[in-house]
Ligand binder design. Sequence first.
Ligand SMILES: [Zn+2]
Length: 95
Amino acid sequence: MTRFNEKEQVAILWHEYYHSRFFPSLRHVFRRVQGRNATWTSEFEADAFSATKNSIDDCLSFLTQLKKLIKSRIIKNLGPRIEERIRRVRKLEKE
Ligand SMILES: [Zn+2]
């Protein structure tokens, strides 16, 4: 079962690529990392990377879909609040 469409999956890959390239040790290990704020920062940066290198619309689409899954309790919101991630990517549209 695919919850994300192709474009959203590409947006996720760009997000993950950022982690693997710039913060390999911080790849989605929120609970193990002591510097929680640092991890959150890399999460925002990974979103921004996906949005600017690939597509703002597709990144927003992926985050919106993620928000639905969090709201319906299918997955947990482990990183920074999803609303804050969406807000920051929306801000990139205006820059
Ligand atoms: Zn991430």
